[in-house]
Design a protein around this ligand. Structure first.
Ligand SMILES: Nc1nc2c(c(=O)[nH]1)N[C@H]1C(S)=C(S)[C@@H](COP(=O)(O)O)O[C@H]1N2
Ligand SMILES: [Mo]
Length: 201
């Protein structure tokens, strides 16, 4: 911990776990949605990976739950400034889905699509190696609809706008193609530790 004295003389604690410019939202979990929360039942949810893969595939709720369970326990960082420490999401690692579809060597990027039409682009390398999940549980309970339930993408090492709620699929590409926020001035990658908030950062 790095303690500096502010104007008030009260010690201000810089938490080294916080990326630059972020604050700890503690028990708050703000809802940030460009859309109205869809009425999406687990039975109507599906997840598809297509584009530059050997075997495009669609999983329904039961098929995705038959894959090996995995969890993310750690921090999340929203570009609007809040971070949360020690959240726990339960679901399946994207690696388990990729091992079924087998990305082609030419695949370098992905566009994540939501059932609502929201999109976010990501380098494929940010989605592999145990760093990205499809999740349906938060803190051991079903993921609430306003937070992307029944299921969302979680890519916690990037700003949270990349973690598409109500995830519908990934399309693998051989080039980068901006998603919803990226077309509106946000950064193509969005690494919070490098403060990649806006294009040009
Ligand atoms: N479908 C969809 N996914 C989305 C968004 C959105 O508007 N629609 N907002 C993104 C942004 S900007 C953030 S910070 C997080 C917010 O997730 P939360 O509402 O669960 O906090 O979801 C991301 N995923
Ligand atoms: Mo965000």
């Amino acid at each position: 911990m790095n303690v500096t004295r502010g104007f008030s003389g009260r010690p201000r604690v810089h938490n080294p776990g916080l990326p630059p410019g972020q604050y700890d939202a503690r028990d708050d979990w703000p809802v940030l949605s460009a859309e109205v929360t869809p009425d999406l039942a687990p039975a109507d949810w599906s997840f598809r990976i297509d584009g530059l893969v050997e075997h495009p595939h669609t999983w329904d709720w039961d098929a995705s739950h038959a894959l090996p369970a995995a969890a993310y326990e750690g921090d999340i960082h929203c570009v609007t400034g809040w971070s949360k420490f020690g959240v726990r999401f339960g679901g399946v690692s994207l690696d388990a889905f990729f091992s079924v579809v087998r990305p082609l060597a030419s695949a370098t990027h992905a566009v994540a699509r939501s059932h609502t039409g929201y999109t976010a682009n990501l380098p494929l390398s940010d989605l592999t190696g145990g760093r990205a999940w499809i999740v349906w549980e938060y803190g051991g309970a079903p993921l609430p609809p306003e937070h992307g339930g029944p299921a969302r993408l979680v890519v916690p090492h990037l700003y949270f706008w990349k973690s598409a709620k109500w995830i519908a699929g990934l399309t693998l590409l051989d080039h980068d193609e901006p998603g919803f926020w990226e077309r509106n001035g946000y950064h193509a990658r969005g690494n919070p530790w490098q403060e990649q908030r806006y294009s040009g950062d």
